[in-house]
Ligand binder design. Structure first.
Ligand SMILES: Nc1nc2c(ncn2[C@@H]2O[C@H](COP(=O)(O)OP(=O)(O)O)[C@@H](O)[C@H]2O)c(=O)[nH]1
Ligand SMILES: [Mg+2]
Length: 451
């Protein structure tokens, strides 16, 4: 339309300029011949313009212009009319698709509601593709909500959005509605929230509570003054696997607040553990503070002397002891991450071992951690090929990282950590010794961490 308007303007302008030019010439010349010539030419020009205005072409162009002006006034530009049609078609297609998915006609509500209900169904179907009975298990307090939500969301993004394993959250106090709702909001599977029975989170009758309190006042190691930390360590050692919400599972993956997976885990870890006859998997190992477990090894030896039948033939004694069992070298799997089989803790060997330790009172009179307790049991009651180190699950728990040094693992897992942060081969870790014990090939660059 803009082009047509300018053509008309040009013609009018040309006419005006011509007329003015001719009159200018007439005024500035005395030559009558010239005057007559230009008067005639002006008349000719005006006549030709008049005849164009009356022509069919001009009429049609003018009517088009008027229609366009009218459409514009009504807000219907030509282009908009075309877009309206495309949008209408899109809307029609979308409605058709929605009806196919939902099945049949209905009002807005009945179209959207079944779609939402379908999501858990498809999740359940995915879960059923595996026969592995497994869950994430997290012991956590209500006040750790923000930290555990971040951790769970990361776990979903890196692993569970592909596998949809359920979660079990355990607490010695009831979970708040806010806690439950925030967790449910970030997971792709089902979840149970469990209350720990008071008998599993309190002093057994044989414990001298005054003696325990005195220990807490004088203990000069990390968490030395904490009563709840001791209940936590005892619970993780001897009770979490007895919680009724775990009865239906064989496998668990322990999840702690403020931890993080650095890499994508694209295979079903539980299925892999089951298929490969593994019972216990870890990512980080470390040495324990000796002052927290002063009598743990001597108590363990007493138990082993009385129960040699529980010691596995191909055990890992040489990983946890440098002198064939005389002393403990403090090496343990860092239990804030564990993928393991619950039936190991349910076994006669472990239950008797835990009961023996518990009777001695070291969870309260010292500060025995669940990590050395689990690790000593796994190293002695399992055969070494049932224990697995995950070189491909990049993991963080303050202050240490497992960040794969192997470039191909790091790239495949799209790991978001720097290999130079890796703790695996640092001297305070025990994973270098684990590699030696298992005769595993170490990744390139491991030596630079031995300082
Ligand atoms: N419900 C509950 N969970 C606890 C308590 N104390 C520690 N935890 C949990 O036990 C695990 C270990 O505790 P944490 O403070 O992380 O100990 P750290 O990793 O040894 O420094 C974490 O999953 C905590 O959320 C407690 O008193 N109640
Ligand atoms: Mg922790």
């Amino acid at each position: 339309m803009a082009l047509r308007v300018s053509k008309r303007l040009l013609r009018v302008a040309l006419l005006v300029v011509s007329v003015l030019g001719i009159f200018g010439l007439v005024l500035h010349t005395t030559n009558s011949e010239i005057t007559t010539y230009y008067v005639d030419k002006t008349k000719e020009l005006v006549d030709s313009q008049k005849s164009w205005w009356n022509s069919e072409a001009a009429k049609s162009e003018e009517s088009e212009r008027k229609k366009a002006e009218q459409d514009a006034a009504e807000g219907k530009h030509l282009q908009d009319v075309e877009l309206d049609d495309a949008a209408k078609k899109l809307e029609e297609d979308a409605t058709k698709k929605l009806e196919e998915v939902v099945g049949g006609e209905g009002n807005g509500d009945s179209k959207t509601t079944p779609l939402k209900e379908k999501e858990p169904e498809s999740t359940a179907t995915d879960t059923k593709t595996t026969t592995v009975k497994a869950a994430f298990v997290s012991l956590v307090r209500n006040q750790d909500l923000q930290e555990i939500v971040e951790t769970v969301r990361n776990l979903e993004d890196r692993f569970n959005s592909k596998f949809h394993y359920p979660y079990v959250f355990l607490n010695n106090e009831p979970f708040t509605p806010e806690f439950k709702s925030a967790i449910s909001n970030v997971i792709s599977s089902t979840v149970d929230f469990g209350l720990i029975p008071p008998a599993h989170w309190s002093y057994p009758e044989w414990i001298d509570q005054e003696k325990a309190a005195t220990v807490r006042q004088t203990a000069d190691y990390i968490y030395g003054d904490s009563e709840s930390y001791r209940h936590m360590c005892r619970y993780e050692s001897g009770f979490f696997w007895r919680h009724e919400l775990l009865d239906k599972f064989d496998w668990y993956w322990r999840v702690e607040p403020s931890t993080k997976l650095h890499c994508n885990v694209d295979y079903d870890v539980f299925q892999w553990m089951q298929d490969n006859n593994k019972m216990y998997g870890f990512t980080v190992s470390i040495k324990e503070f000796e002052s927290t477990i002063k009598t743990l090894w001597s108590t363990t030896k007493e138990f082993l002397d009385a129960n040699p039948k529980f010691i596995a033939k191909d055990n890992m004694m040489d990983f946890i002891s440098n002198d064939k069992g005389k002393t403990y070298n403090l090496c343990h799997f860092w239990s804030n991450f564990e993928v393991a089989n619950l039936n190991f803790w349910r076994s006669e060997a472990y239950q008797e071992y835990f009961d023996y330790l518990d009777k001695k009172g070291g969870f309260f009179y010292e500060r025995w951690g669940d990590a050395p307790v689990h690790s000593i049991a796994a190293s002695l009651f399992l055969s070494s090929d049932q224990v697995h180190y995950f070189p491909d699950i990049g993991y963080f728990h303050n202050p240490y990282n497992n960040c794969p040094l192997d470039q191909s693992i790091w790239q495949k897992g799209k790991c978001s950590c720097e290999p130079m942060w890796d703790f695996t081969f640092q001297t305070y870790s025990c994973t270098n010794e684990y590699y030696d014990f298992k005769k595993l090939k170490k990744p390139d660059g491991w030596k630079k961490f031995r300082n």
